[in-house]
Every structure is written in C-alpha cells, then in structure tokens.
Write a protein that binds this ligand. Structure first.
Ligand code: C2O
Ligand code: CU
Ligand code: CU
Length: 477
C-alpha cells in the first residue's frame, strides 16, 4: 500500500479540479407526484417474475427547453419500479448499453446469492448482457432498491440516474390497502448552465456529492392531493449519493411502520426521521386537518470537510393539499405488524474502524477513506465468515464525518450504539441493511449471512466507497 492517504487505486489533485458551477437554473416544480413506471412481468406462470432492464444513455427534461443527458434503466430515471412477491422466482435480463463503461445491477438489501448480486468482481462489459436470477424467500417482503456497482464507477453511474425501486410484497399485508402505497424515491441533482451534470469536484469526493436539488420520483417539489382524514402509507428511499435527509411532515402525525428490511413488529409514533444515504423507512401519515402539509427537511450536521456545507434545512420535498372533503374512512393500523425473531447470540465478534486521511502528497491534496486502515482491494478478502453463523459487528467511526455502513446479502439487527462511553440500546427490533454511524460513534449489530460467497460491506456515501471505504467478507459453507 504505497502512500497512505491515497484512496486505493487513484489519487486526486485539488489544483486540477474544475470549479463547481452555480445552481441558477429554474427546475420545473409543483407538478402532481407521479407514480414510478412499473416493470411489466413477462412471465405467464404464477410465482415467476421475468423482465429486462437496459442501462443506457437517455435524456431528461428538468428545465423548460433544456435537455439533460442522463443514464437510465429502460430510458427512465428513477428506473422502473419492480414489484414481486415473497416466494417468487425473479429473472432479470440485463443489457449494458452504457457506451464504454462496465456496469452491474446490485440488489440492495435483498437476500440474493452472491454471484447474482452485481458485485464489483462480476462486471458486465459495455455492450454485454447477463441474467440475474434469484428466489425471494419467505418473510423477505420489504422496500429494496437496485443500482449499479462497477468498481470505480458506482458513484457516477448512480448520480447520473441509475437507481430504482424493488418492492417485495408479502402474500398478506397487515397494513390496510386503503392506505394506498406511495413510493417517495429521493435522488439529488446538480446541473450546469448547459443543463448537463458537471463532474464531481474535490469537495464532492471528500464529502460525497450533494446535488443542488432534491428530487422525489424524479420531480422537484411535486404535489399530492388527499381527502380529509386520509391515512397514507409512504415508502421513503434515500437514493442520493451522499445527502442525509432529516424529514418531517410538519403537523401531520407520522408513524414508522417499517425499515430497510420490511415491517417493524409494531408501529412507532415519531416527529421526524433521519434517512442516511441508502436507508429506507415506511411511514403512515394521517392527514387530519384541511390545508397544506409539507414534507420538508430539517437541518442535520453530518460533518463536512472543506468549504460550503449545504444548508439543508427547510427544503420542501412534497406538498400535500388536504381537502375539506372527507376521504373514505380507513381501518385503523393493527398494533402488531409482524414478528421479528431475535438474532440470537454471536459466536464471533469483529471490529471495523472507519478513518479518513487528508494530507499533502506529491500530487497536491490527497485523501483516502479506510476500514481498519485498509483501502478496498477487489483481490483481497478482509474477513472470512461462516454461513449461518451469527456474528457481532462493531462499527467504530473515528473519522470526522458520519459514514452510513451497509452490508450486502442480508439484513442485520442493530443492538446498541455507544457515544462518549454512553451505551444506548436500540429502541426496537428492526431489519436493517444500512445504518448511520455518526462521527465519534460506535454501532453494534448482529448479522448472519445465510449463503456462501463474497459479500461487500462499505460506506454508502458512494464517493467514499469508491475512494476505499469498502471491504469483502468471504462467507464459507
Ligand atoms: Cu447499495 Cu454495495 O450498495
Ligand atoms: Cu447493497
Ligand atoms: Cu463515508
């Protein structure tokens, strides 16, 4: 490992970076919230979902009269919404039509076999195809998503537009259907004056790229009209590269019903939620007063290096207009949603320490992001684990910004966090595949990989993942 401070394979030179253009363009706003287009199931027999996804160049129109070149799945960004059921066999024909770039499709949060999970070790060359095939096990219902994972290109392919929702539905859903299931898929966008997305700057690489506009289902600040007394189920996805979304529906009552890996055991009333990059949450929101309700951001300081921390407070992401006309009365939310078995006791305890290094090197300002002092190496195994064995993972953040920790192929249970020597147990059981580890904090979780193969774990600020904050666990039978 040559120069510590070099993030893996590549160094970056501050002086050579172009300045970030100012965000002066007026995006279209205030249109009705659209439903994401669905990926049609081409299979004719029950229990099977088969469809094609092509990643390639496309155009979007965020600003009247100005086209933005993007990357898209089947021509649309966010990608088409995939909906399948527990127990289904899923087969996706993937066609990489991105000129000159490798890609993959990673099934974020889903229990798919390692060789079907779109790992950086399994790239699909430009112009090549492959099939991803996997079964959705019982009790795997949840709000998952998909995005590329090619080595060194993930961050860019995602901010250019490649990401979509994968909903796994249960055979019977305890949440009343009258709550109408509404996806809110958050991405963020930066546009240059020409309408194109500028390349990432040094500040973007350090902090993760934060766009100038937060989009919901690809729209800026859309609107939704509901009747008085409506209860809505919202599934929120943070698909931004690096933005932390601390969110509130103002004075409309919010109840958390689910996390990354599906429903909680029981609803939990909250005033706000914090969604780190890649996290999901499911909410029921009650619109009990006529008038305007806004889903808006609150300030969250996740640590920042270099100039220009974006002021994220007070962005309106969605405006809900609640009419005077009452909605059809909806049944109450059941007090028990599901059972989540405890992860049990761990035979193995492991520690992962997140650090950053910034400093002057031969080529100017250099930086790196490390786990246990090592930058990612595709050809190195960092951890060897045994399939079916529960492990306790301790994630220690010694860096000066928050890093959301993610692991592939499984859902874990957070048991506690520790800060300044004070240990706080997790308030309830939940399935998670991504958890924020705030600066100075330690998070402990119980995790079990059911299947053999290579699995990635990494910071889900995608620029940090690219600059080295990723490792490989080899799960053996
Ligand atoms: Cu969504 Cu390896 O990540
Ligand atoms: Cu993942
Ligand atoms: Cu990070």
């Amino acid at each position: 490992n040559a120069m510590p401070g070099m993030g893996g394979h590549e160094g970056h030179n501050m002086a050579a970076e172009p300045a970030t253009p100012a965000a002066e363009l007026a995006l279209k706003e205030g249109e009705p919230l659209r439903d994401l287009p669905r990926l049609a199931n081409q299979a004719t027999e029950a229990g099977r979902f088969r469809a094609s996804l092509t990643a390639g160049l496309a155009k979007a129109n965020f600003v009247e009269g100005l086209d933005t070149p993007i990357l898209a799945y089947n021509g649309t960004s966010p990608g088409p919404l995939i909906e399948a059921f527990e127990g289904d066999r899923v087969e996706i024909d993937f066609d990489n039509a991105i000129p000159g770039e490798e890609s993959t499709i990673h099934w974020h949060g889903m229990p798919v076999p390692a060789d079907q999970d779109g790992n950086p070790m399994d790239p699909v060359a430009a112009g090549a195809k492959r099939v991803y095939a996997f079964d959705l096990p019982a009790d795997s219902a949840g709000p998952y998503w998909y995005h590329p994972h090619p080595h060194g290109k993930t961050a860019e392919q995602v901010y250019r537009g490649l990401a979509g929702v994968f909903l796994v539905k249960p055979k019977t859903d305890p949440v009343p259907a009258a709550y109408s299931d509404t996806v809110l898929f958050f991405t963020d966008l930066r546009l240059g004056e020409d309408g194109a997305m500028p390349e990432s700057s040094m500040v973007d690489l350090m902090n993760g790229r934060v766009g100038d506009h937060v989009l919901v289902n690809g729209q800026k600040s859309p609107t939704l009209a509901v009747g008085l007394g409506t209860k809505r189920r919202f599934r929120l996805f943070n698909a931004t590269n690096a933005r932390f979304l601390r969110l509130s529906f103002g004075n409309a009552a919010m109840t958390v019903i689910g996390s990354d890996g599906g429903l909680l055991e029981a609803p939990v009333t909250v005033d706000e939620v914090l969604l780190a990059p890649a996290e999901r949450v499911e909410l029921v929101v009650a619109f009990d007063k006529p008038g305007v309700v806004q889903l808006a951001t609150l300030d969250y300081d996740r640590g920042w290096m270099g100039p220009g921390r974006p002021d994220d407070a007070g962005l309106t992401l969605l405006t809900v207009n609640v009419s005077e006309t009452p909605a059809e009365p909806a049944p109450p939310l059941p007090q028990k949603l599901r059972s989540i078995a405890a992860r049990g006791t761990s035979a193995v305890r492991r520690r992962f320490v997140f650090t950053e290094k910034m400093g002057m090197g031969a080529g100017g300002m250099e930086m790196g992001f490390f786990i246990n002092d090592a930058a990612f190496d595709m050809n190195r195994v960092d951890v060897v684990a045994k399939a079916g064995e529960t492990e306790l993972w301790e994630i220690v953040n010694k860096a000066d910004m928050d890093h959301p920790f993610h692991v592939h192929g499984t859902q874990f249970q957070v048991i506690e966090n520790e800060r300044d020597g004070k240990v706080t147990p997790a308030p309830h059981r939940a399935w998670k595949d991504t958890v924020n580890v705030a600066r100075g904090e330690t998070v402990r979780l119980l995790l079990k990989q059911e299947r053999p193969g290579l699995r990635m774990y990494h910071c889900h600020i995608l620029e940090h993942e690219q600059l080295g904050m990723m490792g490989v666990v080899d799960v053996r039978a």
